[in-house]
Design a protein around this ligand. Sequence first.
Ligand SMILES: Cc1cc2nc3c(=O)[nH]c(=O)nc-3n(C[C@H](O)[C@H](O)[C@H](O)COP(=O)(O)O)c2cc1C
Length: 178
Amino acid sequence: MKTLIIYTSQTGFTKKYSEWIAERTKADILTLKEAQKKDAAFFDDYQAVAFGGWAMAGNVAKAKWFLDKASSWKDKRLAVFCVGGSPNESPDVDVMLKKILTDEQKQYIKAFYCQGGFNYEKMNGPSKLAIKMFVASLKKKKDQTEDEKKMVEMISSSYDISDIKYTDPIVEYLESED
Ligand SMILES: Cc1cc2nc3c(=O)[nH]c(=O)nc-3n(C[C@H](O)[C@H](O)[C@H](O)COP(=O)(O)O)c2cc1C
């Protein structure tokens, strides 16, 4: 199956996951910017297309381009994978996965999540500021839950919880024929 991985990444985690998936499925790989320059016929060759974007306030960054295209790619195997700072087992992940796609899109696209991390060294100014404000608002809360306390502690400095094992379900889905 000829497969294409398209991704957008600010600090490198989604790039790393995209490269892992591309290696494992022997897929071609493009950044979103590169893919946006291709004409419609370019994608005809591919039987499977996966889009990777990072989690941004419960959504997948820059997924709109792919989701628009996907409505005309229903004959292909389609996946969206989201890479975020939350661990895979966090309840937030389920909530996010459910809202990435509409009920209609869920019929022809499958959504996945891979835990990435935080890299403050590579993060741009507006992102750093947004996180700083988020952390400050959580710290200010009087009745912080245990989960919120853990989150504040975790995202106060850089960490990497990525692992190639989280690509297993994506690889399996892209390679299955049915
Ligand atoms: C403004 C902002 C909002 C974020 N929102 C979330 C979120 O809702 N859920 C989550 O798990 N991670 C969130 N993150 C963390 C990033 O998704 C995480 O660092 C990811 O690994 C970045 O991927 P990248 O290295 O490909 O850019 C957020 C990060 C920023 C900067």
